[in-house]
Design a protein around this ligand. Sequence first.
Ligand code: FE2
Length: 305
Amino acid sequence: MANAKPLKLIEISKRYKHITPVPRMPNFAAWIEGVDLTQPLSVAVKKELRQALFDFEVIFFKPQKITPQQHIELAKVFGPISSGSYFERKADAPEIELIMNDKKRPPKIDNWHTDISWKDHPPLGTAIQITVTPPAGGNTCWISTSKAFEWLSPGMQKYLEGLSAVHTWEIASFRDSLAAKGDEALFAALKAYKPVTHPVIRKNPDSGRKCIYVNTGFTKKIIGVDRHEADGILAFLFDWFKKPEFMVHHQWEAGGIAIWDNRSTQHYALADYWPHDRVNQRVTFDDSRTPSKEGRAKKKALAGK
Ligand SMILES: [Fe+2]
């Protein structure tokens, strides 16, 4: 028997006047129609795009021939451009990270994760365009972590709300990539990016929805409970996330675009197309409310007084 709450659908015609979201799942994952991304976007359209991201958590556009600058401008609709991750950068537009996979570079991100949850302030979201698609496969899946929370029993919700978990890149494949570069690179990263703690349940400040915030990519342990209990809870949640009701499975067309809210979703890039080519161009954006690096250093210094 499901614990599902009665479904109350978002009233699209009342809420949206300038764009047309077409949901692929109930209140999750929507195509966006009626927006030409090759033209400057009006303030009203930008506002509704932000609303759609918060309402549906991942939004999709059919293929559009956007320039690198238009890709960057699209990401800026949702927040300031983030420092991103360790991926290669596009030479003429360093805001764009490239994930290029081919015979010599097999795909490596076939695991469920939230981007960069190993930082205190992970990015708000990412806008990706798959510019080269393989002849078959190479889909991306997203899960709604707010839906995964909503469907839990009240007792389990309450229990999880009292917990925190440790997140670190050290349990991901980054560690092996860095170690391959030598001890110095690994030690520098270990020093620069120490493990961080996040609540197991976080409220998305823009949608107001509570979300489960642990992922197989970067969550190492739950704090304050016996290791066996913690491992059991994490194993249960990682399995729970995989309920098809929480998931959208997206098949790409070359030039298609997806934007996700990194606070309310996890994603998984299927690696079933190798050794064929696939090119992913991505721009990651932060929450404009995130304190700057200087602000954080100041806060830390004051806390230490
Ligand atoms: Fe990712």
